[in-house]
Design a protein around this ligand. Structure first.
Ligand SMILES: [Zn+2]
Length: 118
């Protein structure tokens, strides 16, 4: 079961060091556990450079997804980029399944991503 962060909790997420500067786990604004994780991707089909973010908590399962303009010069690895398009679509079919996959990637060390500002 996946709930979404409240507006106050989302605001709390944007305070402090950015995920790009400090991509490790951080404290969840909802439950206080240090299980807050994030994944960023750039949709290939987007008309403008777009950054999609998934932020979730492995302890209380709350989630927030955002779409924003891709910050100029930001480069990062994407462990899902190697997947065939059909496999990736299947993975993204349900949010719960997608987040569980991201959480497993994190446990295996494939996440967090590494970020470079050019
Ligand atoms: Zn939490």
């Amino acid at each position: 079961m996946t709930g979404t962060f409240s507006a106050d909790e989302v605001a709390a997420l944007t305070r402090g060091e950015s995920f790009f500067a400090d991509p490790g786990e951080r404290e969840c604004p909802a439950c206080g556990e240090r299980r807050l994780r994030a994944y960023f991707t750039t949709p290939a089909a987007a008309r403008r450079p777009t950054l999609v973010s998934y932020v979730w908590c492995g302890a209380c399962d709350k989630f927030v997804g955002t779409r924003a303009k891709h910050p100029e010069g930001l480069i990062f690895s994407d462990p899902l980029a190697v997947l065939p398009a059909a496999e990736r679509r299947e993975l993204e079919r349900t949010l719960t399944g997608f987040l569980a996959h991201l959480d497993a990637l994190w446990d295996r060390g494939a996440l967090p991503q590494t970020f470079t500002a050019a």
